[in-house]
Design a protein around this ligand. Sequence first.
Ligand SMILES: *Cc1c(COP(=O)(O)O)cnc(C)c1O
Length: 487
Amino acid sequence: MIEKNTKLIFEKSGTGKRGYSLPPLDVPEVKLEEMIEEDLIRNEIPLLPELSEPEVVRHYVNLSMKNHNVDKDFYPLGSCTMKYNPKINDKIASIPGFSMLHPLMPEHSVQGSLELMYRLEGFLKEITGMHRVTLQPSAGSQGELVGLLIMKKYHNHKKNIKKYILIPESAHGTNPASVILAGYDVISLKSDSRGRVDINDLKSKMNSDVAGMMLTQPNTLGLFEDQIEEICKIVHSFDGLMYMDGANLNALIGLARPFDMGFDIAHLNLHKTFSTPHGGGGPGAGPIAVTEELSRFLPSPTIDKRKNGTYFLNFKLDDSIGRIHSFYGNFGILVRAFVYILSMGSDGLCEMTRCAIINANYLKKKLEKYYNIPYGDGTLHEFVISADKQKERGAKALDIAKALLDSNFHAPTVYFPTTVPESIMIEPTESESKQTLDRFIDSMIDIDKKISTDIDKIKSMPRNTPVRRLDEAKANRELNLKYEVSE
Ligand SMILES: *Cc1c(COP(=O)(O)O)cnc(C)c1O
């Protein structure tokens, strides 16, 4: 039973309650005024909550139970790869030798960590087929920006004058945002009837003003862009560069490599594909991999190895776009990715990809009798339902998503991509068993049936969650932590 109306921790406070006990003072007492300037010292004691240890623990455990998370149940959030993250990777990242490092420690005292980053770069080079990788960007979106800045530097070096970046209309919102930040303008490309890039539209828009193209592979519909070689040829023929949004690498590892497809730059989301829990804006890592030709533009420092076998941070990079993160990025996430890749091995990673693809195709096959799946030809790791038929019977994509919450599932992504009406985007990932997938299928079929037989019930769901249907715009604008549930 989830506690419904949680009081604020301040309201639970009671004077004199303590969560700790300190030993008697065994050093000379010093007056505060002798250590801190007097006008900086508070006059009043701050109003911090006073509680016992179990009260604090229960408060936060209860709060955490109000949220859905991947350790609780299925989280089929399309586009975001919310897969299970093995706990051993967290454990290893928190070994004091990693977690207590100071970023200013002298190079000779952190050889192990430098080696870890160097070898992780090696793994990612192997996975992408690229020449070099920077581990610094702290998110996929920052990787995009870095990739575009590298593109810019490349064109400046060649004295190319370029203004535009091509992006398919189904792209993730971060793509156009990165383009604007990098100082280019976006040209949007249409999709064809198969949900892939419309080659004729590309041909008509590609010219020498275009700096390059950003393409999500597999794309936002979960489909492999199977004309990728032709696309690259067209863009390269005007000295444009190909950028791969590789946030969906979960569908490719071990089966296909960005370099072999003709891409020049690719970002990877370690916090999606390589075992870092994400959501809620937690720290991430979005390394980018580039071809040999572009390697000299990578952010500084790179992590390099001397002839004598020691590792060092190389700041002597004349053509680098410069520094893009303090120190070397989010190191703890790099440790998790390194451990994950080592523990899976190349066979294991290949198997992971295949399972992600099979799981998505199993769900799609079981649901296609009940739901319209307009672009289901060639599904890889995710697929997009259109709830247009359900809408005719009175339930929108949002209603279906809300109803799923009562079965203890996180809702799939809805209303994205915008190219599919009433879209519901489902990504099961490789970590789910057939039993879990079957439970989800049963719920989806049950919801479809109830839309015909008991639409009022569907509209009144969720019933079992801490809050029911919020006015979402209001909830976003006027955050109210004391939201009272009206039954
Ligand atoms: C998640 C995602 C991004 C952005 O990654 P962040 O790490 O959230 O910045 C970009 N493109 C696609 C396709 C994604 O799924």
